[in-house]
Every structure is written in C-alpha cells, then in structure tokens.
Design a protein around this ligand. Sequence first.
Ligand SMILES: [Cu+2]
Length: 462
Amino acid sequence: MERQPLRIPPLVDARKEGNAVALRVQAGATEFFPGRASASLGYSGGYLGPSIRIYRGDNVEIAVTNTLKEDTTVHWHGLLIPAELDGGPHQIIVPGDTWRPRLPIRQPAATLFYHSHIHGRTGAQVYSGLAGLLLVTDEGERALALPSEYGVDDLPVVIQDRQFDDGLMVVPQGMMTMMQGRRGNTILANGTPNATARVPNRLVRLRLVNGSNARIYDLSFGDNRAFHWIASEGGLLDRPISVRSLTLAPGERGEVLVDFSNGQAVSLKTAPDTNMNMPMMIGPLAQARKLAKEILGGQGEAVLQFVPVGGLGTPSKIPERLVERPRADPSKANTRRRFVLGMGGMMGGGTRSGGGMVINGRPFDMNRIDEDVRLGETEIWEVSGEMMSHPFHIHGVQFEVLSRNGGKPILRDTGARDTVLVKEPVELLVHFDQPAEKAPFMYHCHILEHEDNGMMGQFRTI
Ligand SMILES: [Cu+2]
C-alpha cells in the first residue's frame, strides 16, 4: 500500500477569530485512498473537523450549523461547562439550524475532543467523520516552552480504525458489530491510511487521541524507544513519565514527547486488540487473537510512520516538572455511588431492546434522571464493567482514580481524567462544579455502539 503524508486538520485559533468560530456539519466525499471517493461526514470539511485552539479565561462562541438531512449534536468532550452548553443528546441541532453555545473556558491546558452525541446515531455519525479537537492553552503551559508549533513539532494524531472494502469506507452494521462496537480493517491517522509524518530531528509533541468507536490501542514505537507521557485527558501531569507504551481507550487522549534527534525513521504501532465480550474470549489467548484478527480486524499494525528530516540532531532536555494541580481530598467525599456497565440482554435471553446494554440494569432513557448530585460536592463513584472492558466517561467533570480492583491505581490511571477503562471495579474521586439544572449531564460507555444501545445514564447537579 502506498504511503501517504499525514493529513493535518486545519488549525482555527479562536482568538484570531475574535472568539467567534463557525462550524458547518456537512456531508462530503473523501479520498482516503487516491481516486476512491468515500461518502463521509465532517465539520467544515469532508472528514473530521478543524483543531480549535481556545484560551483559558476566554468565552468562545462556536456557531454550529447543521447542513445534514438528519439531527446531530456537538459534544465538547472534556470541556468543563454548564450542561446546557455541553452538546449532549438534549442539545439537538435539527437540519438547517444553527446552535450558538458561548463556552466559558476555565480549565487548564488540555487536548479535548468534540464529536456528535445524537442519541442512537452517535456511533454512525462519528464513524463517518464527525469529530475534531479542541486545544485548550493557558499561561502555565506556554511558560513550559513545550513543542507547540502546530503541524510541525506539535502534531494532532486522531487514531481511528475504519472498514474499507475495495478502497471505500463502509459503516459496519449488524448485531455482532453492535455487541463489540464498530471496528475496521484499516487504521487511519487524521483520516490518513498508511500515513507518514515528516518531523524535525528534535523533540516533538504528539497529541494522541483515540477517536475509534470501540478499539483500544496499545501504542509503542517500532524500536521500543522510551518516550515521555506529559498529559492525560484533564491536562498536564505533575511531571513527565517515561514509558515505552501507552494504552488509549476510545475517547481517551494522551500527550507525549518523542525525541527524534537520532534521525532514524520509526513507526508508531499498536498491539492487537483483544477487547471483546466473554463468549468470544473463551480459549487460549492465541486463539482469541486469531479471532480478533479475523472478526475485528484487530491485528497489531503500524499507525503512523515518522521520518525525521535534517539528519542527526541534538537530544533535547525534558522538563522535570510540569504543573502543580490542586487535588481533591478523598476524606471530603461523603457520598458513594456504584455503577455496573452491563451487557445482559444477549446473555440473559435478549429480551431487552438494544441488545441489553445497560447501566445498573437499566437502558438509557432520555426522560429519566438517574442521579441527583449536589453542586460543589466531591463523591466516590465505583464503576465496573461486565463481559469486556468499557471506557467510562463522565460529562462536565474531571476525576482521579483512587483504586483499581481493590488495590492501587495502575500507571494508565494517572492524572486528571474524564474517561477511564473499567472491567474490574475502579473507585473514582469526582468533583462536581458545573451546573446541570436546565439539562442533565451524561455518563456512559465510550464504545459508541454500547452508548447508542443504552449503556448511558444522566445526572443533574442541584
Ligand atoms: Cu461498553
């Protein structure tokens, strides 16, 4: 397969636009492979949307015009804003309409992820291309002088698996697909199959975003080099963590620094994906991986190749410390809630609608508030998942992982987060400081087909 240069989504700097940004939700035709135009969706483009740089302290109006023939919403995943601005299933934009939320940006620098959240069609709309990045910046981040030249040494990398038949993207359907979540036989980076990025021969920042509907990536470099993890979903970590691999579940983001000063071309690759529900996992791991390869397209493979330019460079220094962040105090949490993400319908006889995707035994209902939380409180949410691992996302908050499976959190749980992978129980320390009176906030599985089929609930803060 011919290599293609990594596509870089256009950058929209909100301040340069007077903090008034316009997005057009549109249908398009995208040549993922040259000469083969696939039907796709995008924001102000054929597939995906611009990266929007927004500044802490500003108020940014984003006018979203829906030119599709179907309803949509735009959820600002990770943004800490009141629920009526959140773009969840209740903020529907009907065809021809424009939605104009004015977003107060009051949180630390982070890589956030906007995407469709229309109930029942989120999976299909995101798979077709309705996703993009919000890059929050602040003074603390800029003072660190991290690589920040967009598209040069600060690269967005939205990783997605998509199904291609004869060079054309297709949106998989069917019961099995809904159970496992939509996967695909081809990995795209910013919509580019078999992508190559030319990078300077020095330190480069990658904003790695798992934009897949269902697939988990276990990312590492072809030469097993160490790299530095500097930011989780909620923003910068206290200090860089040297790692050789990073796991990202759907909806998760991780910023890393990679030193390309040795001038050597290297691939970012992923391990095979084996996250599927239990009946398919019975038997030895090798068999499960074979099944994963055949059914889910989940073989280990390259995501993106890097080619440094300029030959041998000078190794860069990594800052020892990044940011100080206030920590919530677990002793202040008086309320504990438990959530079980269930897939009971199929196993239990398939009597429930939507394949039995539930939280605490109940499928999502737009008209039911599941939890009332007191505004300003800190709570412990204990979350576990059945049958397979589920990325659990809560809107309007950041949280920390207090424990996993009764023990200490694992490396992957580090930092302020809005999404966490669960199967074994995790305890999350969640602080609620965004109002949700006029509309509720969601919590759900970020395997989008699980979410669409009912693995979602809603809460108010009152
Ligand atoms: Cu799930």
